[in-house]
Write a protein that binds this ligand. Structure first.
Ligand code: AHR
Length: 503
């Protein structure tokens, strides 16, 4: 039987496991807001219509930051429509998702929801159909203490204190021809730079994200980033990256290696940003905001859009995630952690119903999809310093990404408690024995081995009727001998190995 080896040593650190890597995304799309986080009259909803069951699951998921209100939606959105008395708010056509937007839920409701959920809000401004002035107006409304028209309007709406939103996206996917207000890199770069300059005049403490590419297969990929950063580098703090992996073609070997692509994506964006930094003589390194990532059966979207005319909150891309998808999601999180030195924010897209870890039925229950579990466990246990791991692993061949390792790993060491968490994915079809050498962390003993394995039932999903079908299970805790131990990673599995100091 083939085996793999891994040596872990605290001397080789990458950087802190930033909590902002465990972000999510709430877009006015499908039933993410309406029937997802917000459903007045639902049995668990509070007086403001916030679903208590979804709030509870959001907290359990361990989400740190939540991006809002889009996505493609933001590129045609007027934020003013969503504030003030609900009865006065206009109904609008949302061109991005061919939907009627009632505006019953808006900025102030989102801020209330974020406080209840215990998450940091991350706002996006509309740079599709709008520009500098509207972005400044929105920032004045959210962050200015008072004494001006828009800050006083916020106070009149019940929020005496400013919301103090720290993270702002300068538009969304403006490189995409599908985007309302799509632009060339030069057009967008100029607009983003001027918007950034003006926004920082209002509140210099904010951090800004310039739009990178919508995915790595865009024909403009890398040249888009280079041009946009030529215009914006000195004004922004992050460049965004988005990626979705589509399992629809049934190419299991490739989908399991999606993290290899994400890894290369990050390396390419870092190289491009560093190139601009070198040309412009910047010492400050830019970070990536990976503010949309997930598995998504994208081929199903068109059917969803074709099926209807203009309606309110239709069910859109409510993918039922499989056990195999959960392994892929766990591996994408490993990749994000491994780049903790250059990825400062990451948001899984989206939070509820729309390609989401949390599913609901309108008027019914909420449940955890398969992908909920690796996210929640990684968010809970990836605390401390991310350590560099160089596993020795067998390899296999994929159609999309060539020759890739069977094993992917990352380790996070909590210096305060002494605990170590090792995250490991076995992409192969057979069990994989992993020899761990922990002599660099003397006194640790194995505490728990949790696995989410897709080997025997890769297509299994969690449903309303069977919400616990795909959940992590505990394997026998391995024993260690002089800082070495061997664990068996089941075929096609995501694993969490926890080690604690000897009592
Ligand atoms: O998350 C769904 C959509 O995917 C977002 O609106 C858009 O930014 C991306 O293309």
């Amino acid at each position: 039987m083939r085996s793999a080896q891994l040596t872990i040593d605290p001397a080789f650190s990458i950087g802190p496991a930033d909590r902002r890597l465990f972000g999510s995304f709430v877009e006015h799309m499908g039933r993410c807001v309406y029937g997802g986080i917000y459903e007045p009259g639902h049995a668990t909803a509070d007086s403001r219509g916030l679903r208590g069951d979804v709030l509870q699951l959001t907290r359990e998921l361990g989400v740190s930051v939540v991006r809002y209100p889009g996505g493609n939606f933001v590129s045609g959105y007027r934020w003013e429509d969503g504030v003030g008395p609900v009865g006065d708010r206009p109904r609008r056509l949302d061109l991005a998702w061919k939907t009627i937007e009632t505006n019953a839920f808006g900025l102030d409701e989102f801020m209330t929801w974020a406080t209840e959920a215990g998450v940091e809000p991350m706002m996006a401004v509309n740079l599709g159909t709008r520009g500098v002035q509207e972005a400044c107006d929105l920032l004045e409304y959210t962050n200015h203490p008072g004494g001006t028209q828009l800050s006083d309007l916020r106070r009149k709406h019940g929020a005496e204190e400013p919301y103090g939103v720290r993270l702002w996206c300068l538009g969304n996917e403006l490189d995409g021809p599908w985007q309302v207000g799509h632009k060339t890199a030069d057009e967008y770069g100029r607009l983003a730079a001027e918007t950034a300059r003006a926004m920082k005049m209002i509140d210099p403490s904010i951090s800004l994200v310039a739009c990178g590419s919508s995915n790595r297969t865009m024909s403009t990929f890398a040249s888009w980033e280079a041009t946009v950063l030529e215009h914006t580098y000195e004004h922004v703090d992050y460049i965004s990256a988005h990626t979705y992996y589509d399992p629809s073609d049934g190419d299991r070997a490739s989908i399991l290696a999606s993290a290899v692509d994400m890894d290369n994506f990050i390396t390419d964006v870092v190289a491009t940003a560093d190139h601009v930094a070198a040309r412009q003589r910047h010492k400050r390194k830019l970070k990536i905001s990976f503010d949309e990532w997930n598995v998504w059966y994208q081929s199903r979207l068109q059917a969803d859009l074709d099926r209807r005319g203009w309606v309110e909150a239709p069910a859109l891309i409510e993918d039922d995630f499989t056990a195999l998808d959960a392994v892929v999601v766990g591996d994408l999180l490993i990749t994000l952690l491994r780049h903790a030195d250059r990825v400062g924010v990451a948001c899984q897209a989206q939070l509820a119903n729309v390609i989401a870890p949390i599913r609901t039925r309108t008027g019914g229950p909420a449940w955890r999809q398969s992908i909920f579990h690796p996210f929640a466990l990684t968010a809970r246990y990836a605390r401390g310093t991310v350590l560099r791991t160089e596993p020795v692993s067998p390899r296999y061949e994929t159609k999309k990404y060539g020759d890739v390792p069977v094993l992917d790993t990352v380790a996070v060491h909590d210096e305060e408690t002494g605990a170590l968490a090792v995250f490991a994915v076995n992409r192969g079809d057979a069990d994989l024995p992993l020899d761990l050498d922990l002599r660099g962390l003397p006194g640790l003993r194995p505490e728990q081995h949790l696995t989410l394995a897709a080997g025997s039932a890769p297509a299994a999903t969690n449903t309303e009727a069977e919400p616990e079908r795909v959940t992590p299970r505990e394997l026998t805790t391995p024993t260690s001998d002089g800082g070495r131990c061997t664990v068996a990673l089941p075929a096609c599995s995501w694993n969490l190995l926890r080690f604690a100091p000897q009592p």
